[in-house]
Ligand binder design. Structure first.
Ligand code: F6P
Length: 505
């Protein structure tokens, strides 16, 4: 079994380092704060405050070599069927650059580039149409990426198309999104890889009726015929995607249409270029100097050697406030698996719970638990060196808090009063973007994608399927007739709950 040796490889080092404080690791190696820093283009990473030493890192790198991680990245970029349970490639890298000589990957790159030009023409058309607002309808991977990037990079002066996002099946969400909008000046983009997702079909119907027909409806799907037919959308307004793009890896495809509408087509292309630059780093850099690999190995160390069951991502740039929500899907839908690629159980823990929020707000809520609680949560701090707002004093304050939090968690502070004592040795990685630009954000997201893939290779699991979400969907569709009183539910507790719902409706 592929994962059995993760524990074997790491346990001796975990035992050796038990009781060793992070401050000791930093004192023993005065160069560590610089040596454990890495850079790729506009992205800087500092891993010095992770609770492992050089020997443990070497063991992790050896594990990565044993797992043939370099070759695994090659397979990903070449378009091999890394999504083995569904017999598919995962060619998100081909959506943003040409990093492979393999025929499949080159073909994917060419196809994606052609569709991007088609999308550019639609963006230009909409920009000149008198339309002021766009409603993007989609959920999960067809929503979170565009929502994050559009929010992070939108024009603060509001001089572009205003893009609104509608995902939840709760009708209150549709009501809230539509209430302030004028149907005459609004268009909608329905995004669904499968075009069979309940939420998107229902919300798409609401938009269709609210707009008074399909004249201002657009769609993005890997099933363009179904999309065109379901809402009577003209084929030239339906953009394709493909089964070789996973939903949560799809913002670089036509799924990014709302991004291009929100920030402009050129900046969308710059986002792709930033991701492609990071792809080049990943595919061309040996394991020991590879940032995504280091990030992944750190995650494996925290999970499997130190047993940490949670991971936090704290953004010190308000424009990245949606990053934790985006990463929750990317990481937990990809790595939330208990069986290996070969179907056998994994013998190590896989994904921890990912969560997070935006500093400094979070410092005044749950950071108390991070500093003094009994559960240690390793963190990624993500900050931006140069701000774009006119409030320089605020930016200095933001940066001082970013630095202070990482330092306080790592070093702690002893006090005779146990209530006022900070244990320290709480690990974090510092991630700094030179500035928040399409390029740096593209690179950052690509880094997380590649880290996720590297973790999946170490754990021997498939990062590209998500069968875990299916059972709930099946049960929900079976319960619709029960809610309408047409059939009885099978489950006794569900029957009681249905009776309560029906009695109080
Ligand atoms: O429910 C999970 C999921 O399949 C995600 O993986 C996907 O991103 C989302 O639903 C939306 O799917 P679709 O794009 O097919 O509507």
């Amino acid at each position: 079994m592929i994962s059995t040796t993760v524990g074997d490889a790491l346990q001796p080092h975990a035992a050796r380092l038990r009781g060793v404080e992070l401050t000791q690791l930093l004192q023993q190696d005065p160069q560590r704060s610089q040596d454990w820093a890495m850079r790729s283009g506009p992205l800087y990473f500092n891993f010095a405050r992770q609770c492992l030493d050089r020997q443990a890192l070497d063991a992790l790198l050896q594990l990565a070599s044993q797992r043939e991680l370099t070759q695994a990245f090659r397979r990903l970029f070449d378009g091999e069927q890394v999504n083995v349970t569904e017999g598919r490639a995962a060619l998100h890298t081909a959506l943003r650059g040409n990093h492979s000589h393999a025929a499949l990957a080159r073909e994917a790159f060419n196809t994606a580039s052609a569709v991007r030009q088609q999308m550019g023409a639609l963006v230009a058309g909409l920009e000149q149409s008198g339309i002021t607002d766009i409603v993007s309808v989609g959920i999960g991977g067809s929503d979170l990426g565009p929502r994050l990037v559009a929010d992070a990079l939108r024009d603060p002066a509001g001089n572009r198309l205003r893009v609104h996002f509608l995902s939840n099946v709760d009708g209150a969400a549709a009501q809230r999104v539509l209430a302030p909008l004028d149907p005459q000046r609004t268009a909608a983009v329905l995004i669904s890889k499968t075009f069979s997702t309940q939420e998107t079909l229902l919300n798409g119907r609401i938009l269709h009726d609210w707009l008074g027909g399909s004249e201002r409806l657009y769609a993005v799907s890997a099933n363009p015929e179904r999309a065109a037919a379901a809402f009577d959308i003209a084929p030239q307004r339906v953009l394709p995607m493909w089964d070789w793009v996973g939903g949560r890896y799809s913002l670089w495809s036509a799924v990014g249409f709302p991004i291009a509408l929100a920030i402009g087509f050129e900046r969308f292309e710059a986002l792709l270029a930033g991701a492609s630059d990071f792809d080049a780093h990943v595919i061309n850099t040996p394991l020991a100097d590879n940032i995504a690999v280091r990030h992944a190995l750190t995650a494996v160390w925290n999970r499997n050697a130190l047993g940490h069951a949670a991971h936090g991502v704290m953004t010190y740039d308000q424009r990245l406030a949606l990053l934790p929500a985006y990463l929750q899907q990317l990481v937990m839908e990809s790595l939330g698996k208990s069986v290996q690629v070969d179907g056998l159980p994994v013998n190590v823990d896989t994904v921890p719970v990912w969560w997070g929020g935006a500093g400094t707000d979070v410092q005044h809520s749950f950071f108390q638990a991070l500093h003094q609680g009994t559960t240690v949560v390793p963190l990624d701090f993500v900050g931006t060196v140069r701000n774009d707002d006119p409030y320089a004093e605020n930016h200095l304050a933001l940066m001082s808090n970013l630095l202070a939090q990482s330092e306080a968690l790592a070093n702690g502070q002893r006090s005779d009063d146990p209530h006022r004592s900070y244990p320290g040795s709480r690990p974090s990685t510092m991630i700094l973007l030179d500035a928040l630009t399409p390029q740096s954000l593209g690179g950052l997201i690509a880094m997380y994608e590649h880290s996720v893939y590297a973790q999946s290779v170490i754990w021997g699991i498939n990062a590209f399927d998500q069968f875990g979400v299916e059972l709930g969907k099946q049960l929900a569709s079976g319960l619709l007739p029960a809610l309408r009183g047409q059939v009885q539910a099978d489950d006794a507790v569900t029957r009681t709950l249905l009776a309560e719902l029906q009695a109080r409706a």
